[in-house]
Design a protein around this ligand. Sequence first.
Ligand code: HEC
Length: 129
Amino acid sequence: MNRHHLLIPMFLAALTVTGCDTPKTEPQAVSFSRDILPIFSAYCVECHQPGGEGLAASGLNLESYDNIMKGTKFGPIITPGSSVSSTLVVLVEGRADKSLKMPHGERKPLAPETIALIRNWIDQGAKKN
Ligand code: HEC
């Protein structure tokens, strides 16, 4: 057997061992009041509060937990436990039509770490914590 043939199984074995030893890192527990509300306040509330164009167009007020969970005039935008199917995540990730990307218009999208926090919060049950 030449060296090449030996190295590959050794490499795979090493990977398997590390895989077993390292505990799976759980995403940190996200707090609505500490982590999530400040994101909406900084990037969304300007338009999604009484008098703002986002609230006027969609009925969505992002100022408080209860309003956020109420959603738009068409219904909820958050599915607790499932960030993938939550409209809010679809929009901040720009997965919907370009005209519906949030923050709206020419604004910069949220940073990936910020989106990850929102996703973890929703996956952890979208609690009022
Ligand atoms: C510059 C103003 C503006 C900002 C900032 C903004 N929005 Fe919006 N938002 C709008 C407008 C306008 C609409 C209505 C869009 C439409 O129906 O064409 C809307 C609609 C929405 C909707 C409902 C879409 C639907 O299903 O009808 C969601 C959810 C939403 N925004 C989330 C957010 C989030 C989350 C943020 C912050 C990350 C944000 N928005 C920031 C203006 C804004």
